[in-house]
Design a protein around this ligand. Sequence first.
Ligand code: NDP
Length: 460
Amino acid sequence: MKALEEVKATQAERAQDYVKSLYEQVVERNPNEVEFQQAVKEVLDSLIPVLVKNPTYIKQAVVERIIEPERLISFRVPWVDDEGNVKVNRGFRVQFNSAIGPYKGGLRFHPSVNASIIKFLGFEQIFKNSLTGQPIGAGKGGSDFDPKGKSDMEIMRFCQSFMTELSKHIGPDTDVPAGDIGVGAREIGYLFGQYKKLKGAYEAGVLTGKGLGYGGSLGRKEATGYGTVYFVEEMLKDKGLSFKDSTVVVSGSGNVSIYAMEKAMELGAKVIACSDSSGYVFDPNGIDLDLVKRLKEEENKRIYEYVKERPKARFEVGCAGIWSIPCDIALPCATQNEIDQEAAETLISNGIKAIGEGANMPSSQEAIDTFLENKVLFAPAKAANAGGVAVSALEMAQNSSRVAWTKEEVNEKLQSIMKDIYRKTTEASEEYGESENLVLGANIAGFVKVADAMIEQGVI
Ligand code: NDP
């Protein structure tokens, strides 16, 4: 018996050493890429128990292979502004892993975009896409182009130039981009138009998040936000809680935030705050979602305009303060690392019950540790926000079979996918001995499927 314990301890030590050396290698090979390093570290730490149980993964160097993108493409994007000046941005596409399907993941247009951001997002996409149960590999892309303040024609010219290069690397069976921060229906339309012109063929499945009139799926726009709330609802249900009569704070006021707010409200929650990169609005009577939609989806305005029409609401400059508002549930739906340890501690001291990550990596590692140590229910992004890419996969399925499902059909499928992700995540966390730790569960459940497919496909 003692001998068995010793063997186990040795195996655990070996797995820990292995993971440590891999992380050191990642830091050395990807210097200054702090977001990528952070995303890899979180996954590596979770995988230790799997490596102890399945040493084949170490022998086959699966983790070593999974943290190295299959391909990273970086390219010049020249375009002409309305005054006739030539501008140059940098475009990226990381094709991270194709073990279980064509590369799949969004495009982000934001001045902060660089190789580190794109690689962290592409890496997370591996596990997220695997969790959806759909046949999709992982990719991500974007540009440091800032769409804010640009005219419609400038956006179009930029998208056309971006796609002129990107089109060489994507296709319905190779790599299927979608939207992300700064890339919505308008941008997808311009990107698709240019791709079609260049290819001389109508390959509807090359992009997802398309307009409904040309191959888009009903329910895609809502999918990430709704999916996040469905996942959190499952997590709450397990503890005898629900969204009903709870107060909710949602950061951001973009695609994910708006539909997370909508679904939370439908389930009986009172959403009291939302934000954009200029600051946040606190509306004690409950956010007027129609007003947010008009300001953001139709008029392209800043969130402070909200208080002009809702005198009892208050606007505060800066984003971080939103986490000082007492609430039962927080849904960070804006961007990476928006909740740091201090914000996590404030949320906890104000009695937070649950966190649902709608954005990608919105909580820092220290914040996650703080939530878990304090037994706050925590729905990690890879699992909670997978509804968007899941419905993108459903859009691909509709495109290739040339059918269009109703909104109800899509929503039903989304709900069942989110329940399934919750089940897989909790089962994996239970199997590996940390039943309350869904970060571990999501990473492991996502990893195992991809790792096994990689082994079956040989060393490639
Ligand atoms: P949008 O561009 O529609 O909205 C982003 C929102 O977040 C805006 O309100 C924006 O404010 C705010 N924001 C962006 N950057 C910052 C920043 N640095 N600081 C503070 N606020 C910021 O993007 P999405 O809603 O599509 O994406 C939001 C998050 O969800 C991202 O992390 C994305 O990767 C993730 N996600 C999105 C999916 C999707 O289907 N769209 C799928 C899965 C994850 P402002 O307008 O002022 O810039």
